[in-house]
Design a protein around this ligand. Structure first.
Ligand SMILES: Cc1cc2nc3c(=O)[nH]c(=O)nc-3n(C[C@H](O)[C@H](O)[C@H](O)COP(=O)(O)OP(=O)(O)OC[C@H]3O[C@@H](n4cnc5c(N)ncnc54)[C@H](O)[C@@H]3O)c2cc1C
Length: 460
C-alpha cells in the first residue's frame, strides 16, 4: 500500500543560519511510529546489505512500530555503538535507504531519522541493556578516538580485552568533535556515546601523540596488539599564489578552532575570523560545514567555489540543500587561480569559469577552463576544503609500517598491517571517507585482534 514518507521538521533557514542548534528536529513519537509502520519487513532485507555495519534495520524498526524505542535502540547497538551519530550524519540516501523497496515507490522508509529517534530516546530514557562481557585476556592499544577507534575499542573491551585509547587532542571523538559542527552533531551526544564506551572499562589517555610522545615500537612493548585509527587530518591545499596570506584557513583549522577550541563563544580566547565575506573552496561535506559555520559566525556573504557542476558535488544532498536554503552562494564550474592580497591580508579570490569535458581517471567529467573568463570574488576570508590525507607522524616512527604513495596505511582484508599485531582502519587506511565506513573497519580489525589475542603471539 502506498503511504507517503514522513519527513523531519526543520528550523526556518533564516533563523537557523544564525544559530548553532540542529536544523532538523527529531520525530515526535506518533510520527516515528507511523513512519516505522511503513517498513515492509522484506524477507531479504536489502537495506541491511546497504549498511556497512549491517544494522538489523527491519528488526529495530519493528520494535519502534510496536512502541518500544528502548528495544529498538538495543537492536541497533548490537552492531552499531554510535547510533545517535549515524542517525544524523550517515549518507543513508546512498546506503540503506537507497536499497529500500519503497525507494522505488513513494520514497524510502526514513531509516536514518528512525535510528536517530531510537538512539536519542535511549540516551535520554535508558538504561539500555549492556551485553555480557567476554573473558578474553590481553592488552590492546588503540590510537586515535574517532569512530573507527571507538568501534574497535568497544568490541575489544566487550570481548574482555583490556583497552587503552591514546588521543592526541584534549578531547575524545575525532572528527565527530573537531570537524563536524555542533549544529549537525551536538557534542553533548558524542560525549554521552563516549561515556558509554568508558563504562565498558576502556582507559582514555588524552594529549598523547603516538609517534611523538610514545612511538609505535614502544606501544608494541607494552601491548599485545595495536589498532591505528588516526584518521586523515592533514589538510591539502590548492597550491595557488596567495595561500599564505592572512585570512586563509584550511577547513580543518577553521572548524577545529570553532568546534574544539570553542571560538564560536565570544568569551573563548581562541581567535577566528568573523563576519565579512567568506569564500570556501571545495564541495564536499567539509566545505558545506565550513561555509555554514562561517554564516553562523556572522558572515555577510559566503560563496562556495567548485570547479565541477552540481551533479559532481560530493557533499550529501541534504547538506547542499540546507546550505543553499541558508543563503550560501554556489559558484559552480569555477576554478580558483589566485588569492589576491592587500597589505598581507586577503582582498579577493581570482577565479576562472569552466565547462565540463571528457571524464578523467576518477570517472567524473574534467573541468576545462573557458578562455578569458577570469573574474574576482571580493572577500576577507578564504577557507580551503579540498581534501585531507593521513599525518605521516606514526609511519615516521615505525619504518616497518607499509603505506601507499598517498600515505594511507596498507592493510589486508582483516585490517592487518605489515607489522604483526598492528591493525588499522578508517580514514588512515582509506583516506577521507565516512563515519560508517570507519566504524565498519574498526569492527573488522577488532574481530581480527580478538582472534590474534587467542593465538600464541611468539609463533606468529
Ligand atoms: C568537517 C567534516 C564533516 C564530515 N561530515 C561527514 C558526514 O556528514 N557524514 C559522514 O559519514 N562522514 C563525514 N565526515 C567524514 C568522517 O568524519 C570521517 O570519515 C571519520 O570521522 C573517520 O573516522 P576515523 O576514526 O578514521 O578518524 P577521525 O575521526 O579523523 O579520528 C582520528 C583521531 O585520531 C587522532 N590522532 C591522529 N593522529 C594521532 C596520533 N599520532 N596519536 C594519537 N591520536 C592521533 C586525531 O586527533 C583524531 O581524534 C566528515 C569529515 C569532516 C572533516
Amino acid at each position: 500500500m502506498k503511504i507517503e514518507r514522513h519527513h523531519q521538521k526543520e528550523q526556518d533557514p533564516k533563523v537557523r543560519a544564525k544559530n548553532f542548534t540542529e536544523p532538523v528536529y527529531n520525530f515526535d513519537p506518533e510520527t516515528a511510529i507511523a513512519e516505522a509502520k511503513r517498513c515492509l519487513k522484506c524477507k531479504n532485507a536489502p537495506c541491511v546489505n546497504g549498511c556497512p555495519v549491517a544494522v538489523k534495520i527491519p528488526e529495530f524498526i519493528g520494535k519502534l512500530a510496536g512502541g518500544d524505542p528502548l528495544g529498538a535502540a538495543a537492536v541497533i547497538r548490537e552492531t552499531n555503538n554510535l547510533p545517535a551519530v549515524c542517525g544524523r550524519v550517515c549518507p543513508q540516501e546512498e546506503q540503506c535507504e537507497k536499497l529500500c523497496i519503497r525507494a522505488r515507490m513513494e520514497g524510502p522508509v526514513s531509516i536514518g531519522a528512525l535510528e536517530r529517534y531510537a538512539a536519542d530516546y535511549a540516551l535520554e530514557h535508558g538504561p539500555e541493556q549492556t551485553p555480557p562481557k567476554g573473558s578474553l585476556k590481553g592488552r590492546v592499544a588503540v590510537v586515535g578516538s574517532g569512530p573507527s577507534s571507538l568501534t574497535c575499542a568497544a568490541d575489544c573491551a566487550a570481548a574482555g580485552l583490556s583497552v587503552t585509547v591514546y588521543e592526541a587532542f584534549h578531547l575524545a571523538g575525532g572528527v565527530l568533535v573537531y570537524g563536524i559542527p555542533e549544529f549537525r552533531l551536538p557534542k553533548s551526544l558524542v560525549q554521552k556515546e563516549i561515556g558509554k564506551l568508558l563504562s565498558l572499562g576502556v582507559q582514555l589517555e588524552l594529549n598523547t601523540v603516538i609517534g611523538k610522545t610514545i612511538t609505535l615500537p614502544q606501544l608494541l612493548e607494552k601491548f599485545d596488539a595495536v589498532f591505528i585509527g588516526s584518521g586523515a587530518g592533514l589538510p591539502q591545499f590548492l597550491n595557488i599564489p596567495g595561500e599564505s596570506l592572512n585570512g586563509v584557513y584550511s577547513a580543518n583549522e577553521y572548524l577545529t578552532r570553532v568546534n574544539l577550541m570553542r571560538a564560536y563563544d565570544p568569551d573563548s580566547p581562541t581567535p577566528v575570523a568573523r563576519g565579512g565575506r567568506v569564500t570556501v573552496f571545495g564541495a564536499g561535506n567539509v566545505a558545506m560545514d565550513a561555509a555554514r559555520t562561517a554564516l553562523r559566525l556572522g558572515a555577510d556573504r559566503v560563496s562556495i567555489v567548485y570547479r565541477r557542476g552540481r551533479e559532481e558535488m560530493p557533499a550529501r544532498k541534504e547538506e547542499i540543500r540546507h546550505a543553499e536554503e541558508e543563503g550560501i552562494v554556489f559558484e559552480l564550474l569555477t576554478a580558483p587561480l589566485e588569492i589576491v592580497g592587500e597589505n598581507g591580508r586577503v582582498r579577493a579570490v581570482k577565479c576562472v569559469r569552466c565547462e565540463l569535458g571528457a571524464p578523467d581517471a576518477s570517472g567524473r567529467r574534467r573541468p576545462v577552463v573557458i578562455p578569458d573568463s577570469d573574474f574576482e570574488i571580493p572577500c576577507e576570508t578564504a577557507i580551503v576544503a579540498v581534501g585531507t590525507s593521513p599525518n605521516p607522524l606514526i609511519k615516521d616512527s615505525a619504518p616497518d609500517l607499509k603505506v601507499t604513495e598517498k600515505g594511507t596505511i596498507i592493510v589486508d582484508e582483516k585490517g592487518a598491517t605489515s607489522i604483526p599485531g598492528v591493525y588499522a582502519g578508517g580514514d588512515a587506511v582509506t583516506g577521507a571517507a565516512t563515519v560508517i565506513l570507519a566504524m565498519g573497519a574498526g569492527r573488522t580489525a577488532a574481530a581480527s585482534i580478538i582472534e590474534y589475542s587467542k593465538t600464541d603471539k611468539k609463533q606468529t
